[in-house]
Design a protein around this ligand. Sequence first.
Ligand code: HEC
Length: 114
Amino acid sequence: MNAKMVALSMAALTCLAASETAGATPPLTAPDRQTVEVSLPAGRTTFPPGQGSELANAHCVICHSPGMVLRQPPLSFEEWKAEVNKMRVVYAAPLPADKIEEIARYLSAINGKP
Ligand code: HEC
């Protein structure tokens, strides 16, 4: 045991003694452990198949589920374009600009309005 180790041991003993004299430290016991089961709502992990779905699967589930997109009210092509662009500009989705229209076309095919 070198001098440093002795000093550390002394410090540890001093702390221990201090906490015992303070009398406030409850004895260390293992916390009660219980097993709980949680069932999460079923949700899809990919977009429904269709032209452009692979783009949506590649770019739109990085940050949230497809449900975030599919549960929206129907949007027009122009509105979907704006929405996809918002994901890029506001939330920094790593999405090539030249894919915006194709994704918007797909989204308006599966959840669109005129
Ligand atoms: C970089 C992360 C990221 C990516 C990638 C992403 N989003 Fe989002 N998206 C968000 C965030 C953050 C929200 C807001 C969540 C909230 O309000 O709780 C959001 C919300 C949405 C909403 C809900 C309406 C809204 O505007 O808040 C839609 C629709 C949506 N995203 C579509 C898409 C589509 C389509 C893609 C693929 C092109 C996409 N997102 C990719 C981050 C992302």
